[in-house]
Design a protein around this ligand. Structure first.
Ligand code: SAM
Length: 319
């Protein structure tokens, strides 16, 4: 029996996230015409899990849309540990294509992602259509993709020097407003590995906003069960002890070079989502025990750090 390495287990969390999103999309929780290409068949998920994903995806999309509109898309978006995330295509369909959109993950994950994109014209064709000068073709190597606006970049995020070099090699302009997303990623890294990225970004970008989503509260009964379930699948939540609650989530940004921060638990986030849409999705599945959903949502946070040297109004990028 060969057990997967720690890194392989972390990479496999992407399959779980993609499958959960596909299942929720199939049930009608939100619209995403592209997730189907990244996951053939999705296993059934409970209504609590679907509502949790709904709150996660909808809140992040809401913040991203506000940022893209605020900057009139003259901006960069960096998705750290993006996995098979399809947000680039869904935003593009809404007429919101940023100047540069970069999905970053391990080469092992990106290899599969590049193969899928290459095979599907629904994913591939929009990349070259985005090019204002048709002279920019899409280049796909085995683990990276580069097109006019969209990039898949391979990098181990624990190596911040490499990350920084790769972005600069792409011609990345650190004065352009930048949206950084880490969705269920930092928690798989020790604070010795994640803090340097937060600090590097806080120092490097003049005007930027970082949105982070991850589990919190490891110490009560529900949190301990959550942790042991993940350990069983070979993934340690290495980051949760250094940032276990809303206060430490906020403080981390302030400690590492960001001038403002906020953090909400996902119960609060859920209550801030548009009521009519929430009422619609609550009719999709019968939820027996509301208490379980509340507990689940309380154990995840959406936190944010921003610095607004240019004064573009980043405080308005809120829920
Ligand atoms: N952000 C995506 C989402 O929410 O659908 C995927 C989330 S998945 C739970 C975590 C992702 O982070 C995986 O794709 C994994 O490979 C990536 N990841 C974790 N640690 C990483 C590291 N050190 N370098 C690059 N990617 C990493």
């Amino acid at each position: 029996l060969i057990l997967p390495s720690e890194d392989e287990s972390v990479q496999a969390t992407n399959d779980d996230a993609t499958s959960s999103k596909k299942y929720a999309v199939d049930q009608g929780y939100w619209k995403d015409d592209y997730v189907q290409f990244f996951c053939r068949s999705a296993e059934k998920r409970t209504p609590e899990i679907c509502r949790g994903y709904y709150a996660r995806v909808l809140s992040i999309q809401k913040l991203l849309v506000k940022f893209l509109k605020l900057t009139s898309c003259d901006c960069h978006v960096i998705n750290l540990g993006a996995g098979f995330d399809s947000t680039y295509w869904t935003m593009r369909d809404r007429g919101l294509t940023p100047r540069t959109y970069i999905d970053i993950d391990f080469p092992e994950v990106n290899k599969k992602k590049c193969q899928i994109i290459k095979k599907r014209k629904q994913l591939l064709e929009p990349l070259s259509k985005d090019s204002s000068h048709s002279a920019t073709p899409t280049e796909i190597s085995s683990t990276e993709l580069h097109s006019a606006h969209y990039h898949v970049l391979s990098c181990d995020l624990r190596k911040v020097g490499e990350l920084s070099k790769k972005l600069l090699d792409l011609g990345f302009d650190t004065n352009t407003p930048t949206f950084i997303l880490s969705e269920c990623v930092l928690v798989y890294m020790s604070s010795e590995s994640s803090n340097p990225i937060i600090e590097w970004a806080g120092k490097t970008f003049s005007t930027a906003i970082w949105i982070n989503y991850e589990p919190i509260l490891p110490d009560d009964r529900f949190g301990r069960t959550m942790l042991s379930n993940l350990k069983y699948r070979g993934c340690a939540l290495l980051g949760i002890d250094s940032c276990p609650d809303l206060t430490s989530q906020r403080q981390r940004f302030l400690n590492y070079g960001w001038s403002h921060s906020w953090a909400l638990d996902m119960c609060q986030v859920y209550s801030l989502l548009p009521r009519d849409d929430v009422a619609r999705i609550e009719r999709l599945d019968f939820l027996d025990e509301k208490e379980l959903l509340t507990q689940l949502l309380q154990h995840y946070t959406l936190s944010c750090g921003f610095k607004d040297t240019k004064g573009i109004g980043l405080e308005r990028v809120s829920l």
